[in-house]
Design a binder for this molecule. Structure first.
Ligand code: SAH
Length: 210
């Protein structure tokens, strides 16, 4: 099975290490999150076009981010950049007693994501159309926050909405960017660069101009 081959590749490459992330990636069929014409490539480890100039993240990036975030069974999570919802679905499976709030600026993609979650019977995700660079103050604080689009700098409004003991991952620096891990402990903020990556731009008040 193609999915299993991809999972084994991600394990052998050292991207997938924990049971909860491996089980979640085994559970979520990536083919339903890509357009019909891309279905034959669904288990290639590459980003794919999803329309509106946007892409579905590569499986290895979903694995790297899910592992680095150290998601717990009951984490409250904010995702910025839903796309068609693949990464959010994986996160929701990992935090099965928790909840994922995900914000997408393009309404049509948000609607596709909602339909995909419904199809898979995933109930612990709330999709919101809006500018995720501002976070969701009304649902904050979040134990974990991650962005799947690249910001010019770590958005301060997202740091504010991180709970104490919380972790956040944000790609910073344009299409070719660095994945930055932000941790908040005893009110103190630390940042660590986890290395290079490539993402579509975050467009919005805490991102780039549209
Ligand atoms: N998480 C997705 C990745 C989609 S690509 C996946 O699993 O494949 C990133 C998405 O971020 C795009 O759909 C883009 O429209 C969205 N985006 C960019 N800036 C945003 C912002 N300020 N708020 C919300 N979504 C944003």
């Amino acid at each position: 099975m193609e999915k299993e081959r991809l999972i084994r590749h991600l394990m052998q490459s050292g991207y997938l290490t924990s049971d909860s992330v491996i089980d979640a990636m085994r559970d979520v069929p990536r083919e339903i999150f890509v357009p019909e014409s891309m279905r034959k490539y669904a288990y290639n480890d590459t980003p794919l076009e999803i329309g509106y100039g946007q892409t579905i993240s590569a499986p290895h990036m979903v694995a790297i981010m899910s592992e680095a975030l150290d998601l717990k069974r009951n984490s409250r999570v904010l995702e910025v950049g839903t796309g068609t919802g693949y990464h959010a679905a994986v996160t929701a499976k990992i935090v099965r007693d928790g909840h994922v709030y995900t914000v997408e600026r393009i309404k049509e993609l948000a609607e596709k994501a909602m339909a995909n979650f419904e199809k898979l019977g995933i109930k612990n995700i709330t999709v919101i159309v809006g500018d995720g660079s501002l976070g969701l103050p009304e649902h904050s604080p979040f134990d974990r926050i991650y962005a799947t689009c690249a910001a010019p700098a770590v958005p301060p409004r997202l740091v504010e909405q991180l709970s104490d003991g919380g972790k956040m991952l944000v790609p910073v620096g344009g299409r070719i960017c660095d994945l930055i891990l932000v941790e908040k402990a005893d009110g103190k903020i630390t940042e660590k660069n986890l290395g290079g990556c490539s993402f579509v731009p975050m467009v919005g008040e805490g991102g780039y101009d549209g």
